[in-house]
Design a binder for this molecule. Structure first.
Ligand code: PEP
Ligand code: MG
Length: 584
């Protein structure tokens, strides 16, 4: 029962059979086979090849009828390629000797063929490479499709395993069937990670070569609290783990006992505790009376789940659903933040060497202004049905804010001119996540109604550490003194300007950080719904004045290690307070 250590993405405990999925639309899943599974795997490959040959045969006949036998000939060649004994022997050998699943074995053949042909001179030969590999790619697709269809028909709950923690891997199954998620790559703050946390399921990433050690249906333990993954645990380990699960459930009950009460510190300071939403489906995962509103609706995920851009009407209906569900609580709608690792399948952006520093968020929507205008129209129309706030991502200059404001005013005028009802007051906010904004905070705060700190990006850009890159994940340090000082300065600037300041990055979900942020003058925190109970408990347990004392101390420290030691002491106090409340 090997135990592997990974990076914690989302807390919680999970135990169950593994199901390996593909990480990206253009990749094949990889897993290992037991010796006694190779015959069945080869039989699965036979079925997939037969299926593709049959489809090709049918298409050949249809094409022949329309354009003639000659042009349909290529489809006959494709069938012959799949019957080629040499290629087939290579694939079978990979399955038997390397004990790899059929998708991975065929994918290996495709790569070899491409590489060999790519080395040859001449466009026609390279074109031939595409012809040779195409039918094999169809086999990979058929294998995955039948596998997925068969699996979708079951009701089995599984631990999802994938090469990368992409949004595709996280949303592959309905959330009630996912026990936990484990992946080889993916940073703690990637967008796949944000999704996993929002779903509230345990998740551990950053385990190189994990898939080669997994077999489909192998039992695993995923400990999202410590980052440990145990393959094929012994009976004793399972029993001990189940006991921990019980203890965790009792802790959750204790934390949840007062979740409906407002988040007021013992010295009487009320903080707004808001939720981050990625999809309208998130609305079913929590009770809205437990929060003060939505602090961040990441609209890009609504766009990512579709095959074409949503129209104004569709967006209006989605926003309205959220506004209605929040029952009078404010909903902060963030304009599209695509680019970087958030790509839309139907909006191909150029390949960039440094996507995080490239064409992203407001940089895209200020160029493709139609996207922004449609989105603003939809959210303004939704504002007639309940309080809506506008939040603009990836702002790096005052000019960008002025440009968006101008489009905002024009859109509002246009809508009211067309007879639509629009709320008189739609607070205008920006994300503070690009370091340049730290030195122009006073200017920005003169123009906007509120600010929201995106610590996921702020840490990435302040420390020059890609949030998605597993090779530098050790350097991604939210407790770096530079981050702490930046957060304190943002709090002070907002206080000077008398404007509301929130943190909606993942740091806000850490209970000890909540004490710190309250001490820095933040008036709201926005977190994935599953973090509400622990966060509200922490705010209600420690006076804000103590938070302010803590901040004074933290600002004198020059290492992340020392910052963490002080925050750990707060965590210890909170842990003791939870135990006390459990025994009450
Ligand atoms: C952030 O950067 O902290 C944030 C909230 O936005 P996202 O994670 O969507 O980039
Ligand atoms: Mg961000």
């Amino acid at each position: 029962m090997p135990q592997i250590q990974g990076i914690i993405v989302a807390p919680g405990l999970g135990l169950g059979p593994v199901h390996v999925v593909r990480a990206r639309l253009d990749s094949a899943p990889v897993w290992s086979l037991r010796a006694d599974e190779t015959d069945a795997e080869i039989a699965r490959l036979d079925v997939a090849i037969d299926q593709v040959i049959e489809v090709l045969g049918r298409r050949q006949k249809d094409v022949a009828k329309v354009v003639g036998e000659r042009d349909a000939g290529i489809l006959g060649v494709h069938q012959m390629i799949l019957r080629d004994p040499g290629a087939r022997a290579t694939v079978d050998q990979t399955i038997r000797e390397e004990r790899l699943n059929a998708e991975a074995a065929v994918d290996r053949l495709v790569c070899t063929l491409e590489e060999t042909m790519g080395r040859l001179e001449g466009d026609s030969i390279r074109g031939y490479a595409a012809d040779v590999t195409e039918p094999w790619r169809a086999v990979v697709k058929a294998l995955m499709q039948t596998d997925q269809e068969t699996f979708a028909q079951t009701e089995e709950k599984v631990v999802i395993a994938a090469a990368e923690l992409t949004p595709e891997a996280v949303t592959f199954l309905s959330r009630d069937r996912i026990i936990a998620i484990v992946t080889e790559a993916g940073g703690r703050f990637s967008h796949g990670a944000v999704l996993a946390r929002s779903i509230g399921i345990p998740c551990v990433v950053g385990v190189p070569n994990l898939l080669a050690r997994l077999e489909q249906n192998m039992q695993v333990i995923v400990d999202g609290d410590t980052g440990a993954i145990v393959l094929e645990p012994t009976e004793e380990m399972v029993a001990a783990f189940m006991e921990r699960m019980d203890q965790r459930a009792s802790r959750t009950r204790a934390l949840s006992a007062h979740v409906a009460e407002p988040a007021v510190t013992p010295d009487g300071v009320k903080l707004d505790v808001l939720v981050n939403l990625e999809s309208v489906r998130d609305l079913d995962t929590f009770d809205v009376t437990h929060c003060d509103g939505a602090g961040l609706l990441r609209t890009e995920f609504l766009y990512m789940e579709r095959s074409v851009f949503p129209s104004e009407e569709e967006q209006f209906r989605l926003y309205r659903r959220v506004v209605d569900a929040m029952k009078g609580r404010p909903v902060t709608i963030r304009t599209l933040d695509i680019g970087g690792d958030k790509q839309l399948p139907y909006f191909k952006t150029p390949k960039e060497a440094n996507p995080a520093l490239g064409w992203r968020g407001t940089r895209v929507t200020l160029e493709w202004q139609d996207l922004l205008r449609v989105q603003l129209r939809a959210l303004m129309r939704a504002s007639a049905h309940g309080p809506v706030r506008l939040l603009v991502p990836m702002i790096s200059s005052l000019e960008e804010v002025h440009s968006v404001c101008a489009i905002f005013d024009e859109t509002k005028l246009q809508l009211t001119g067309q007879g639509y009802e629009v709320a008189a007051d739609i607070p205008f906010g920006i994300m503070i996540e690009v370091p340049s904004t730290l030195w122009i905070l006073d200017d920005l705060l003169e123009v906007v109604d509120f600010i929201s700190v995106g610590t996921n990006d702020l840490v990435q850009y302040l420390l020059a550490v890609d949030r998605d890159n597993v090779f530098v994940s050790d350097l991604y340090e939210p407790f770096h003194p530079a981050v702490i000082r930046a957060l304190a300065e943002i709090g002070r600037a907002a206080e000077r300007a008398g404007k509301s300041v929130c943190v909606c990055g993942e740091m806000a979900g850490d209970e000890a950080v909540a004490t710190m942020l309250a001490g820095m003058g933040y008036d709201s925190l926005s977190v994935a719904p599953s973090f509400l109970p622990a966060l509200k408990f922490a705010i209600r347990a420690i006076p804000r004045s103590e938070g302010a004392e803590l901040v004074k101390k933290l600002l004198t420290l020059s290492s992340a290690k020392d910052v963490k030691a002080h925050l750990d002491a707060i965590r210890g106090r909170l842990g003791a307070a939870i135990l006390d409340s459990e025994s009450m």
